[in-house]
Ligand binder design. Structure first.
Ligand SMILES: [Zn+2]
Length: 467
């Protein structure tokens, strides 16, 4: 087993199986049978041993098996900024993230993206949703890690490098460069690798996409039958620009341009009004929440209670500077509970640990339109799973496993990760990458990218350690 080809099979036995199915069934001494890229059965170990007597067995006593995390919004390349903008004031998006993404070479973007995949695998993630720029120049480096991917090129027709100087200028030729890259991306990557690699249509954000650009992106989404994603109400600058240009909130502007619907995942919602939230909920838009990244400079001030009360499907992401979904779970739980203001039903605190765990698994699958394939351990679904070592000081004692995972889990308990029926990490060894080389290349690429950014954009200073 382990190379994922047809005919390979494995029976994982003796584990605590967190199915994350509709009933959130947890099976003690449970088993998961995998054949090829699919789960073919889930149930008590004794039953499955009888049904599949000849299958190769992996004894997982003392371990838990659960669906791999779906990171619903990340930009792995922006690991290049780790340890810098978190501790700065001012606009990180157009001040640093955009300029460095343009300054980097394809091989530097590739090096950081592969570091992101390495961190993601080590922290139990099987799916990365990655909207970014110049994606065709580096995505193959992610594909080779064996992860499940939803890739997109963040379309925009505002000259984003001018925004940090206070200038919003739309330019059709600039937008057309993005559209050409999007077409190339879809041709090269969409629905490849046995369906493991998919593409989405991405509008970067309402302030940097004109009505013309949003229309072009919609045409392409329809033509290729792609789900859509957008950053929404992320910064005061975005809200101000959309008000100035169109006299709308960002959510209202998207509605005007046919960019709201159940096929849309919108990230952040930080500056959404109550009316915006009602509008987004009414149109079935999913919320990609990145609570850890959004809280680096202080707890994320988003109307989380209102959003939860509106019944919005919330999915978790890491956004920038980390791929650790355990951190997103912990800080997400705090922000969502804070938003509900201690309101509780049935004597517990809402949201429950189970509801929070859903945001990193089955809710993410639903937002991608992939709930029939991903998000839970059930017969017929893709074999995307992780095996957790429960005999870890940070998880014990275990009274309620889901609570332990949400509040105290960390990448150190992730022992093995399988994507599409193939182990990408087994017994803590990553099988698809040379880990030391990935780390060294990412460090080298980061130093080079910062130096080039400083040389080409004199107003952006080097971090003191690189001077
Ligand atoms: Zn983002």
């Amino acid at each position: 087993m382990t190379d994922g080809k047809e005919g390979n099979s494995l029976l994982i036995t003796g584990a605590t199986v967190l199915t994350l199915d509709d009933n959130r069934e947890i099976i003690d001494n449970g088993a998961v049978a995998v054949a090829g890229d699919r789960i073919i059965a889930v149930g008590p170990s004794d039953d499955l041993r009888q049904r599949f007597p000849d299958m190769e067995t992996l004894d997982a006593a003392g371990k838990a098996v659960m669906p791999g995390f779906i990171n619903s919004h990340t930009h792995a390349v922006l690991l290049v900024l780790r340890g810098t903008v978190e501790d700065m004031s001012g606009d990180a998006i157009f001040g640093y993230m955009t300029p460095i993404s343009f300054a980097m070479t394809d091989s530097e973007r590739r090096a950081l993206a592969r570091l992101g995949c390495l961190e993601a695998i080590r922290s139990g993630t099987t799916t990365l949703v990655e909207p970014f720029r110049f994606i065709t120049g580096y995505a193959q480096g992610m594909v080779e890690t064996g992860m499940r991917l939803w890739l997109s090129e963040n379309g925009a027709d505002a000259l984003t490098l001018k925004i940090r100087h206070g200038i919003y200028e739309h330019d059709r030729a600039f937008g057309e460069e993005f559209l050409a890259r999007i077409v190339a991306m879809v041709e090269q990557f969409h629905d490849t690798e046995n369906g493991r690699v998919q593409c989405q249509m991405a509008a970067h954000a309402p302030d940097v996409c004109s009505p013309w650009m949003l229309e072009q992106l919609n045409d392409l989404a329809r033509k290729h039958n792609l789900t859509r994603t957008v950053h929404l109400a992320q910064s005061p600058g975005e809200v101000k620009q959309v008000r100035t240009a169109y006299d709308r909130t960002p959510a209202e502007y998207l509605l005007d341009n046919d960019w709201l619907g159940p096929d849309v995942v919108a990230a952040h919602w930080t500056y959404c009004t109550d009316d915006d939230i009602d509008l987004l909920a009414e149109h079935g838009v999913h919320m990609a929440h990145c609570p850890a990244n959004s809280s680096r400079r202080g707890p994320h001030k988003v109307r989380a209670g209102r959003i939860l009360d509106a019944g919005v499907n919330i999915v978790l992401g890491t956004d920038n500077m980390t791929e650790d979904m355990f951190q997103a779970l912990k800080i997400g739980s705090i922000i969502h509970r804070g938003g509900l203001g201690g309101k509780n039903e049935g004597g517990g605190v809402n949201p429950s640990p189970q509801a929070t765990l859903d945001t990193a698994t089955r809710n993410g699958a639903r937002a991608l339109g992939a709930e029939a394939e991903l998000g839970s351990l059930e017969a017929g679904k893709k074999a995307d799973l992780m095996i957790l070592d429960l005999n870890q000081a940070h998880l014990r004692p275990i009274i309620n496993l889901v609570s332990s995972i949400v509040h105290y889990g960390n990448p150190g308990c992730v022992e093995s990760v399988m994507v599409d029926g193939r182990f990408v990490m087994r017994d803590r060894k990553v099988l698809t990458m040379d880990e030391d080389a990935v780390i060294a290349e990412a460090q080298e690429a980061t130093v080079a990218a910062w130096r080039r950014l400083n040389e080409t954009s004199g107003d952006i200073e080097l971090p003191p350690a690189l001077r």
